[in-house]
Ligand binder design. Structure first.
Ligand SMILES: Nc1ncnc2c1ncn2[C@@H]1O[C@H](COP(=O)(O)OP(=O)(O)OP(=O)(O)O)[C@@H](O)[C@H]1O
Ligand SMILES: [Mg+2]
Length: 260
């Protein structure tokens, strides 16, 4: 399944105000990998995701999805393979009802309305908000909006799922539902988050970004237990891996790693 491979080669991106947000990033993500992208506020995570999706284009370097270069010309093909849930749900939802937002992608593929309805129901059930299908997206709560934004991407059945801060603003049950959903998604997934416990539960590989550069790239057990690295990059070990604050009991990384 090499056509779902994502390759980033010597990527550079500078915003129009001369802020250099991505500096010489290179990595390859293979089909089926689950990759967490972590870093402090302003590290460059969202910018990187937008470069992967062709929302932004690099000054130098390139992004390849399979053998296809991400360019303005190849965008329709790229968007069929990669589905992104943006950090801000308001960037994703623009129709008058939740149903129409989730149906937008399938309708764009010219599926018949019966199949569209099936896809919408399946996607809304997956995030647990089928009952909100007739509501106006702009009237939903922050967490409900996020669930609707996730459903609008799931309905397109992408090969690669990219999520920018998927658990931000979610209550514990909704957060757990997103974690289960991510663990049930067997294709490639790329997730940025400050919720490092969620990242630990859903991603096998972690890329750490600091000031627009890759500071580390490796297995979660290595990266998320490296206190010195995390501290240097403005992060903290996931709570589930920290010692008990009361008795100092050391948590077992191996046992937690086995919970996935
Ligand atoms: N439209 C823009 N114009 C200029 N600079 C921008 C723009 N968007 C982002 N930046 C800057 O680029 C850098 C990277 O921003 P980005 O949004 O990618 O960070 P992030 O890692 O996603 O942060 P967060 O954790 O807060 O979401 C930041 O310094 C930010 O201020
Ligand atoms: Mg961001």
């Amino acid at each position: 399944m090499s056509h779902h491979k994502i390759e980033v080669k010597n990527l550079h991106f500078t915003y129009p105000d001369d802020h250099e947000a991505v500096k010489n990033m290179s990595f390859v993500i293979h089909h089926g990998e689950s990759v967490g992208i972590i870093g402090a506020n302003g590290a460059g995570k969202s910018t990187l995701l937008m470069l992967l999706m062709g929302v932004l284009f690099p000054d130098r370097g390139e992004v390849l999805v399979g053998d296809v270069h991400v360019t303005k010309k190849t965008l329709p093909l790229i968007r069929q393979r990669l589905g992104i849930v943006f950090q801000n749900p308001d960037d994703q939802l623009f129709m008058t009802t939740v149903y129409d937002d989730v149906a937008f992608g399938p309708r764009n593929y010219k599926l018949d309305e019966k199949e569209v309805a099936e896809r919408v129901k399946q996607a809304l059930d997956m995030v647990g908000i089928y009952h909100l299908k007739d509501r106006a997206p702009y009237k939903l709560s922050g967490g409900e909006k996020r669930a609707a934004a996730i459903a609008s991407v799931l309905s397109m059945q992408p090969d690669v799922l990219i999520m920018d801060e998927p658990t931000a603003a979610l209550d514990p049950k909704s957060r757990r539902r997103v974690i289960q959903l991510l663990n049930g998604f067997k294709h490639t997934k790329i997730i940025t988050s400050h919720d490092l416990d969620m990242t630990y539960e859903t991603c096998q590989r972690i890329i750490v970004i600091q000031n627009g550069e890759i500071a580390a790239d490796g297995p979660r057990e290595e990266i998320l237990t490296n206190e010195e690295l995390l501290d240097r990059c403005g992060l903290e070990m996931p709570l589930s891996l920290q010692n008990c604050p009361v008795c100092g009991h050391k948590k077992s990384v191996i046992r937690l790693a086995g919970t996935n």
